[in-house]
Design a protein around this ligand. Sequence first.
Ligand code: CTP
Length: 396
Amino acid sequence: MLNNKNIILGVCGSIAAYKSAFLVRLLVKAGANVKVILTPDGANFITPLTLATLSKNPVYTQYFEEETGVWSNHVELGLWADLILIAPTSANTLAKLATGICDNLLTAVYLSAKCPVYVAPAMDLDMWKHETTQQNIARVTSYANTIIYPTSGELASGLYGEGRMAEPEEIVSFLTNAIKQSLPLFGKKAMVTAGPSYEAIDPVRFIGNHSSGKMGFALADELARLGAEVTLIAGPTAQKTEQSLKRVDVVSAEEMLNACSSLFPETDITVMCAAVADYRPKTVSTQKIKKQENELVLELEKTTDILASLGKVKKPGQILVGFALETNDEENYAKGKLEKKNLDLVVLNSLNDKGAGFKSDTNKITIFNKALQRTTFETKSKVAVAKDICEAILKL
Ligand code: CTP
């Protein structure tokens, strides 16, 4: 969740500032880009050198460096950030956030930023309990900031009670959950099929196709990035997902059918990207078929159309997306599949388009919705195509 996120960590004057070193380490380990702003008081508790070394970025302490005249642009810093975390937030900085006082770089960045702000207070028991502090907390919360509440325990003063800054691990998991919950597909279950199916002829041979699985894997990754809980049902392929998600490996159309049918009732969004065999050998020889004198005839039987079978049992609110890979009369075939299989969207790719279809890293698609409205897209990487398809799903 924190991977590649730009995070500004504000550190104020509180003994809990020593924990910000651990916090920076955990954020960087989670893949975040961290820039630290120390308030003048914060710099009394922890050195810029420590935080710069851990964050691998210069630490900002003031608007400009007296010696060099280099100016730190608070607006630019605010725009750079995907989120601001102020940990520890002292009672003094909390009061400034509540009233708009802007007398240092951190408070200036706070006022100019548009991203979510997380405030983790740290102070002594009685300061925390004070009515002014509690009113400041209420005001800061009312400005759509999020408080990461302090916990109870032994305080630096030797007193016991509330006021201890949440531990760095707790803060990181708080941020992770908050980001997860803000994603558009949070709480939704998605299922994606990808890759080919192999239909056995005998113990050493099969009928298959050239599907690489790239498109389906990119879709599964993108749905997971948007917050869905994704199960990827993958035919034989060497692809790997970037996101950690549930993966069920199958070989034949029948195995894929069984996996899809058992998951479908609980699934909100289903995207059937796999190139499933339409026919399989009627009988599978238990022994290797030996070379014949003349030709060999294989008798094939139809497999179940998985997508059509799911379309038959689809309930209101479930979204079903299918693909149509065509070579001629593309638009009519795609629209036909949308209606016949009871789909919400069909994604057409034509083998006549350069850069579309199996194996390639790019694809060129046209999407039709239920009202048969078409949206055409340029040739793009399969990762970018997955984003376009997911955007069409989000619109539903
Ligand atoms: N599909 C499926 N099960 C099958 C065959 C296809 O679930 N046994 C799904 C594919 O995953 C895809 C869609 O159906 O989402 C369309 O597949 P495609 O092979 O283009 O079309 P078919 O319906 O098989 O028709 P045809 O081969 O005649 O074009």
